[in-house]
Design a protein around this ligand. Structure first.
Ligand code: NDP
Ligand code: 8X3
Length: 249
């Protein structure tokens, strides 16, 4: 049984990770800002789920997070850096700067602060797994992707560089890079709560679902300790990377 910290467990992938890990016999520290969602998850999953409010952009709370946990929960075997968001899809010159700041604060600064808070314990025990949620957006550019894609490219390179520091240690790091996933709140958040715009993103597709990503995470943490998957890129069969954009006169 592993103790698994999941950031952003109040919706989407994070809630699916929590459900899958508990079903597989692990314990989950489920975090996020919406405490009522965490309480509902605890009600659903029982005592192997510990709900703890955590805003990953709150640097002081992140720094004190491990010490704030109840005794018996402080040894974190697996960190799932899942909390993240995209805001807006307008072209860069029209994008809202505060949206850019929020994406950087959450997807980059939040993720590295959480990692920096959890990693020393893993190094001291010479044992641990870190799963970072990157994205195909960190590999393939698309219009309106600008800072979101840039933040996920950071997550990919940060993950690979962590492994460079950790070589020879029993600590694994994987960048999970999903493509189109329906059934989370990702597009609703991106479009400021507009359900119709969010639904249109997935109309007529057979996109992946959060449980597909949870299945992959469950497989990753079940691998023999000497096996590190550096990056894993996932798309539904209805999606592929396209040709270069060429503007012709
Ligand atoms: P959701 O919007 O459904 O879930 C995002 C989660 O992140 C929520 O639980 C939210 O919790 C949490 N979160 C956001 N900001 C913060 C914060 N400041 N502090 C703590 N938690 C925060 O999105 P998904 O489940 O789809 O996305 C999960 C991850 O996967 C993200 O990193 C996303 O970029 C990535 N991803 C998503 C894809 C998709 O198509 N859906 C594809 C590829 C990657 P709360 O608001 O309660 O704090
Ligand atoms: C989410 C996938 O393609 O909407 O990271 O950016 S995409």
């Amino acid at each position: 049984m592993k103790t698994i910290l999941v950031t952003g467990a109040t919706a989407g992938f994070g809630a699916a990770f929590a459900r899958r890990f508990v079903a597989d016999g692990h314990r989950v520290i489920a975090t996020g800002r919406r405490v009522e969602r965490l309480a509902a998850l605890a009600g659903e999953l029982g005592e192997r789920l510990l709900p703890v409010a955590l805003d990953v952009t709150d640097k002081a709370a992140v720094a004190g997070f491990v010490d704030s946990l109840p005794e018996g929960w402080r040894r974190i075997d697996v960190l799932v850096n899942n909390a993240g968001l995209a805001l807006g899809l307008s072209p860069a010159w029209e994008a809202d700067l505060s949206d850019w700041d929020t994406m950087i604060a959450t997807n980059i600064t939040g993720l590295i602060h959480v990692t920096r808070a959890i990693l020393p314990g893993m190094v001291a025990r010479n044992d641990g797994i870190i799963l970072n949620l990157g994205s195909v957006a960190g590999v393939y550019p698309y219009p309106g992707g600008h800072v979101y894609g840039g933040s996920k490219a950071f997550v990919q390179q940060f993950s690979l560089n962590l492994r460079a520091d950790l070589v020879g240690r029993n600590i694994r790091v994987t960048d999970i890079e999903p493509g189109m996933v329906q059934g989370s709140e990702f597009s609703k958040v991106r479009f400021g709560g507009d359900d119709n715009k969010a639904a249109a993103v997935y109309a007529g597709t057979n996109a992946m679902v959060p449980e597909d990503i949870a299945e992959t995470a469950a497989w990753l943490i079940s691998l023999p300790p000497h096996v590190n998957i550096n990056r894993i890129e996932m798309m539904p069969t209805c999606q592929a990377n396209g040709p270069f954009a060429v503007k012709r006169e």
